[in-house]
Design a protein around this ligand. Structure first.
Ligand code: BGC
Length: 367
């Protein structure tokens, strides 16, 4: 970590911060009675300049964000020039601030028209996806350092097609399998398409990894299935780590009741060594409204990264989830994941003490 090329920053996703993503499937789903609505979210679509400036103030040298497919392509093969310019300006601003950019192409949301065609349940999604990937490479290719094709395929498929938590709230083992298979194909297609245009591009995916301890069977399905299905098409691995799978947990919990266990990060990082490509932590964070837990959470998880490095894991960056408080999907705005607090009535941003703890760590490591 004391190597100067190590990347330090935070991550966000379009639907969770931008506000008014009226053309995607989540927006449609949020309108149902009893569902939380994203509304203006953190209003980053307007306040992005301030948000870029914040990452700089907080000492970051990298940032992960996602492109909102439904903004770029609100109707099939009809492209929005303003949205395209917006993302170009945004990515240029990160460049100008000296940040390395990680750009996610799919972070849970789909254009509404795609979901009406059956979304990821259907193979037809792949041809639309390919056209979208091509558009992104052509319009943003020179502004992206790391491409993250899809975010957390297992979480996405599990919540939408098994647990009935997220749209389309189905429960079918067959469909989970179809969705996962199509996302694996989508990743590999994107990998080749991006490389066809940009041979030196670095392309990967962000996987949600759980520390399963000795439960190798569950680790195999949850942590490794997607990676095995897409083997050979990862220039790097994106690791999202939040919690271990434990029963009767006695230790600390986040506001969401998730067990806090930093050693689990070492465990999953070591598990990734077998793929023999560089690893970036593309998400790691804690729901903690009062910021009581976050300072130690960050310190302990960074120590866990060092431990994994000492044992041979090639970890080259850490992106905290999240830069800002944001719309936590079906749970709404209550969970607070931000290094920076957002007051949703005024949209005022206030860095929490942990943001400065993180900044001091970065400064020390990069001195
Ligand atoms: C997702 C984020 C989410 C975070 C906290 C990850 O599963 O990629 O979108 O906000 O976890 O739950």
């Amino acid at each position: 970590m004391h190597d100067h090329s190590f990347l330090w920053g935070a991550a966000t996703s379009s639907h969770q911060i931008e506000g008014n993503n009226i053309h995607n499937d989540w927006w449609a789903w949020e309108k149902h009675p009893g569902h939380r609505r994203s509304g203006a979210a953190a209003d980053s679509w307007q306040r992005w300049r301030e948000d870029v400036a914040l990452t700089k103030t907080l000492g970051h040298n990298a940032h992960r964000l996602s492109l909102e497919w439904s903004r770029l392509e609100p109707a099939p093969n009809s492209w929005d020039t303003r949205a395209t310019l917006h993302y170009q300006e945004l990515l240029q601003a990160y460049r100008a601030a000296g940040m390395t950019t990680f750009v996610t192409l799919h972070h849970f949301t789909n254009p509404l028209w795609l979901s009406r065609l059956g979304g990821w349940e259907k193979a037809v999604a792949l041809q639309h996806w390919l056209r979208y990937v091509r558009y992104c490479v052509t319009h943003f290719g020179d502004l992206v350092d790391f491409w993250v094709t899809v975010n957390e395929p297992t979480v996405y498929a599990g919540n939408g097609w098994l647990k009935k938590r997220w749209p389309p709230q189905k429960q079918s083992r067959w469909l989970v399998w179809q969705v996962l298979r199509h996302l694996a194909q989508a990743h590999s297609l994107a990998y080749s398409e991006i490389h066809r245009h940009l041979p030196l591009a670095r392309v990967g995916a962000a996987n949600h990894l759980i520390a399963f301890g000795d439960d190798r069977r569950r680790a195999f399905w949850f942590n490794h299935y997607f990676l095995r299905a897409t083997r050979g098409t990862h220039d790097f691995l994106g690791v999202n780590y939040y919690f271990p799978a434990v029963q009767n947990w006695q230790g600390p919990n986040s506001d969401l009741g998730w067990p806090i266990y930093a050693a689990g990060l070492t465990e999953v990082l070591l598990e990734m060594k077998r793929y023999r490509v560089p690893i970036y932590i593309t998400e790691n964070g804690v729901a903690d409204a009062t910021d009581k837990l976050r300072p130690d959470f960050i310190r302990d998880h960074l120590r866990a990264v060092e431990e994994a490095q000492a044992q041979g894991a090639d970890v080259r960056g850490y992106l905290h989830w999240s830069l800002l408080d944001n719309f936590e999907w079906d749970l709404g705005f209550e969970p607070r994941f931000g290094l920076v607090e957002v007051d949703y009535t005024t949209q005022k941003r206030t860095p929490r003490p942990s943001a400065y703890v993180y900044k001091a760590i970065i400064e020390q490591a990069t001195r």
